[in-house]
Ligand binder design. Structure first.
Ligand SMILES: *Cc1c(COP(=O)(O)O)cnc(C)c1O
Length: 470
C-alpha cells in the first residue's frame, strides 16, 4: 500500500471528530447539522491536502482532536458577529474600511427611538396627511448652509450621480482634467458621467486649468460646469485652478448650472484644530454654486448620507427624478443625520458632542498622557515584548485632507520572537476587534480615535493577544 493510501485510511471518521470535546462544547450553541458539516469539511480539507501531496507523514493534524479544532474554526462565523465593533488604534480618524465617523450619543438615542417603534417619517403631524421624508433635515440644512433648498440620499456618490443625471442627462458637462477623481470603490467622475448619460468635456491640464479653458469649451450642448474637490490627493507645485466663484459667474453668463462635489463638506471651519483651510459648504453656496453635494459621514461626523443643497428649482427637479427614490435615505440614517445637524446650530455643542470633532480638539500633550498611561498598564504585566512611547502623527483619512497630519503620540510594540502580523491578526479576531497600525516591523497603537472609555479594554485585549501569541 502506498504511503498516501495509508494516510487517507488514517483520517479520522467524522463521527469520531464530533465526539471530541472541542465540538461537544459547541453543542447547544449551534445546531448539530452545522457541527457535522464543519467536521466533514475539516476531514475533506485534510483529504485534499494528502492527495495534493501536502501531507506526507502521519502528522498531529490528522489526530481527531486537531481535526476538531479546525472544524470548530469553521463554526466561528456562526458564533460571533462578523460586523462588529472595532477599537481603531490606527490614528486614521475617518477610516473608510472601519466605518468612517463615530456618531454622537444623541444621534444614537435618536436611532434607537425611531428604530424601536413607529415614527413621523412621512406623516405631517399638523395635518395628519402624507408628509415628506426630507422635511426633517431640509430646514436645518438651509439654515446651516444658506442654500435655498436641500435633499438627502444614501451617500455622496449617489448624490453626485443623481444630481448629474437629473440635471444634465443628454447634455455636456465641463470638468477640469485636474479634477477627474477616483474615489475608492470604483467611483470615477468620467464613469459616473457616462452612467448618468452625460457627455464629459475635459478641459485644461492635470496641473493647471484656467477660466479661458472653460470659456472656450462652452457650446450649445453644455448644460453643467462641474467642479470636483480633489479630496484624496493633491496636485502641488506649478498649479492653478479656477475658483468656484469665478465658475459660478461664468455659468450665470451662459445660463448654465454650476455644480460642485465637495466630497467631505464641512459645516464649520476646522483650521482652529490645525487642519488645512477648505471652504465650508456655506462659503461654497455663497460663492454662487447652484448645486453642492457632500458626504454625511466624512468631516461632518454624521451617518453615511449624501447631501445635496442648492437652488430651489434644481433641488426640486433632482427630488422628482426616479433615481432619487432608488437612492433614498432610510429612517435610521435620517434620525442620526437630523440630530447631528441640529448640534451644528451651536458650534460649541457640535464640538462637545461629536466624537470626530472631539478627536480634532485634543492636543498632543493630552494624547501623550494617554499613551503614557497605556504604556504603564502594559509594562506592569512584564510582557515579553519591548514597549516604547513614540512621537507620531494621526490623519484625517476617509479620502479627506490627504496631506494633513495632526502631531500625536503612540506606543510601539516590538517583538523579539513571534510575528507582528500574527499578533495583528489575533487582535483583529477579538470581539471587539482591535486594529493597530503595522509599521516598521512593530505594532503602533495610536489613541486619538480610541474613546477614553475604551482605553482599559484596549489594554486588556493587547495583553491577552501578546500572551497568546508571543
Ligand atoms: C468621498 C467622496 C465622494 C463619495 O462620497 P460617499 O459618501 O463615500 O459616497 C464623492 N466625491 C468626493 C469628492 C469625495 O471626496
Amino acid at each position: 500500500m502506498s504511503g498516501q493510501q495509508e494516510l487517507l485510511r488514517s483520517l479520522p471518521a467524522v463521527d469520531r471528530v464530533l465526539r471530541e470535546r472541542t465540538l461537544q462544547n459547541l453543542e447547544g450553541r449551534l445546531p448539530q447539522e452545522v457541527l457535522t458539516v464543519a467536521a466533514q469539511q475539516a476531514v475533506a480539507d485534510l483529504r485534499r491536502q494528502i492527495l495534493a501531496g501536502g501531507i506526507i507523514d502521519a502528522e498531529d493534524k490528522l489526530q481527531p482532536a486537531q481535526v476538531a479544532v479546525v472544524a470548530a474554526k469553521f463554526c466561528q462565523p456562526y458564533l460571533q458577529p462578523s460586523l462588529r465593533k472595532v477599537i481603531n488604534a490606527t490614528g486614521t480618524l475617518l477610516h473608510t474600511n472601519l466605518g468612517r465617523a463615530p456618531l454622537a450619543p444623541e444621534a444614537l438615542r435618536a436611532i434607537q427611538s425611531v428604530a424601536e417603534g413607529y415614527s413621523t417619517l412621512e406623516m405631517d403631524m399638523e395635518t395628519g396627511q402624507r408628509g415628506e421624508r426630507y422635511s426633517h433635515v431640509e430646514r436645518l440644512l438651509v439654515q446651516l448652509t444658506g442654500a435655498e433648498a436641500a435633499l438627502v440620499v444614501n451617500n455622496n456618490a449617489g448624490a453626485v450621480l443623481l444630481a448629474l443625471t437629473a440635471l444634465g442627462k443628454g447634455s455636456e458637462a465641463i470638468v477640469s482634467r485636474g479634477e477627474l477623481v477616483e474615489i475608492g470603490g470604483a467611483f470615477r467622475i468620467p464613469e459616473v458621467m457616462e452612467a448618468g448619460g452625460l457627455k464629459l468635456r475635459e478641459v485644461g491640464a492635470s496641473n493647471r486649468t484656467h477660466l479661458r479653458d472653460y470659456q472656450q469649451a462652452i457650446s450649445a450642448e453644455t448644460r453643467i460646469l462641474l467642479k470636483v474637490h480633489t479630496s484624496n490627493y493633491r496636485i502641488v507645485g506649478f498649479t492653478s485652478e479656477v475658483s468656484a466663484g469665478e465658475l459660478a459667474l461664468l455659468a450665470r453668463e451662459h445660463d448654465l448650472i454650476m455644480m460642485e462635489d465637495l466630497g467631505s463638506g464641512m459645516l464649520c471651519d476646522l483650521t482652529r484644530y490645525g487642519l488645512p483651510y477648505e471652504p465650508t459648504v456655506a462659503e461654497t453656496v455663497k460663492a454662487g454654486v447652484d448645486v453642492v453635494t457632500f458626504s454625511g459621514d466624512k468631516l461632518l461626523g454624521g451617518p453615511q448620507a449624501g447631501i445635496i443643497v442648492g437652488r430651489k428649482d434644481l433641488i426640486k427637479k433632482i427630488g422628482r427624478h426616479p433615481l432619487a427614490r432608488a437612492l433614498r435615505i432610510d429612517k435610521l440614517t435620517l434620525a442620526a443625520l437630523e440630530t447631528t445637524l441640529r448640534l451644528y446650530l451651536q458650534p460649541d455643542q457640535a464640538v462637545e458632542q461629536l466624537p470626530l470633532l472631539q478627536m480634532f480638539n485634543t492636543g498632543p500633550e493630552q494624547q501623550q498622557q494617554r499613551c503614557q498611561r497605556l504604556l504603564e498598564r502594559l509594562q506592569a504585566e512584564k510582557l515579553p515584548v519591548s514597549l516604547t512611547l513614540v512621537e507620531d502623527f494621526s490623519r484625517v483619512g476617509g479620502g479627506s485632507m490627504p496631506l494633513a497630519e495632526l502631531p500625536d503620540w503612540g506606543v510601539t510594540i516590538s517583538l523579539s520572537r513571534g510575528s507582528v502580523d500574527s499578533l495583528a491578526r489575533r487582535l483583529r479576531s477579538f470581539v471587539p476587534a482591535v486594529v493597530p497600525r503595522v509599521q516598521n516591523d512593530s505594532l503602533l497603537i495610536n489613541l486619538r480615535a480610541v474613546a477614553e472609555a475604551e482605553e482599559a479594554l484596549l489594554a486588556q485585549l493587547l495583553i491577552a493577544a501578546i500572551r497568546e501569541e508571543v
